[in-house]
Ligand binder design. Structure first.
Ligand SMILES: [Zn+2]
Length: 246
């Protein structure tokens, strides 16, 4: 479940990210009035098996049945975990078109939520993994392997901190560096780690160790890069940044 909103006194409007039909929004009738109606399982981020009907009339599909697959309840007991999961859910919600099947992103989200719920990996590291894989699967991976203009390999760039140009979506060598557009600087260490995550297997990537500096640098970069491509700053990200203490 990506999103939950009250609708009148009785109903809830729920946005689900489904395996078979991508993002869909349904109405859960009487779910607000009585938690018994759906057994109290309609909670944010929980993984559900659902049955819904579209009917013939216009309007939202109606949720008929829901059973719990994974509650992910630990996430909701922590404000920080909830803030991270809300940010990821908002990225999916804003980015995905309704009714478009996205199996790889579905599996990524479920895997990362499971890790977040199990408390074995730091929230910030999971967020770097999620954002990096999410933008790669969306076809918007940053170009970190070579200069975006002359294509010299990153290993051959002499500077220890490499310029990243947001408009070009990639790194620039010193010779091609731009003076005008929006940019930041990335250490070669974090560039290497992000490239490794982009190309590598998720299960291995979860075991990767980040130094606290790398966590900060990677988070700052992705939390600028991703909203830049989304075209807006998600509200959930602002909240996350307010409550997070490095
Ligand atoms: Zn260049």
């Amino acid at each position: 479940m990506l999103r939950k909103m009250d609708f009148g006194d009785y109903d809830l409007i729920i946005t689900l990210f489904t395996l078979k039909e991508g993002k869909i929004t349904v109405i859960a009738k009487s779910a607000k009035k009585s938690t018994k109606r759906f057994g109290g399982i309609l909670e944010l981020f929980s993984a559900l098996n659902v049955v819904y009907s579209t009917g013939r009339r216009k309007g939202l599909p109606v949720l008929q049945e829901a059973t719990l697959k994974y509650p992910f309840s630990t996430i909701r007991t922590s404000m920080l975990k909830t803030a991270y999961a809300s940010y990821w859910a908002q990225l999916i919600n804003e980015w995905m078109e309704s009714g478009q099947k996205q199996v790889e992103i579905y599996e990524l989200f479920q895997y990362i939520l499971r890790k977040l719920d199990s408390c074995q990996t730091s929230e910030a590291a999971l967020s770097i993994l999620f954002q990096m894989k999410f933008i790669t699967l969306s076809g918007l991976a940053p170009n970190l392997g070579q200069c975006s203009v002359c294509h010299i390999e990153v290993e051959k760039i002499k500077e220890t901190r490499v310029q990243f140009d947001f408009a070009k979506g990639g790194i620039l060598c010193d010779g091609c560096a731009s003076k005008t557009s929006r940019k930041t600087f990335l250490s070669k260490g974090i560039i290497k780690q992000l490239l490794w995550i982009e190309k590598g297997d998720l299960v291995k990537a979860v075991r990767a160790r980040f130094s606290s500096d790398a966590l900060k640098e990677g988070s700052e970069f992705l939390e600028t890069f991703v909203p830049y491509h989304l075209g807006k700053e998600p509200r959930s990200l602002k909240f996350l940044q307010q409550i997070r203490k490095w």
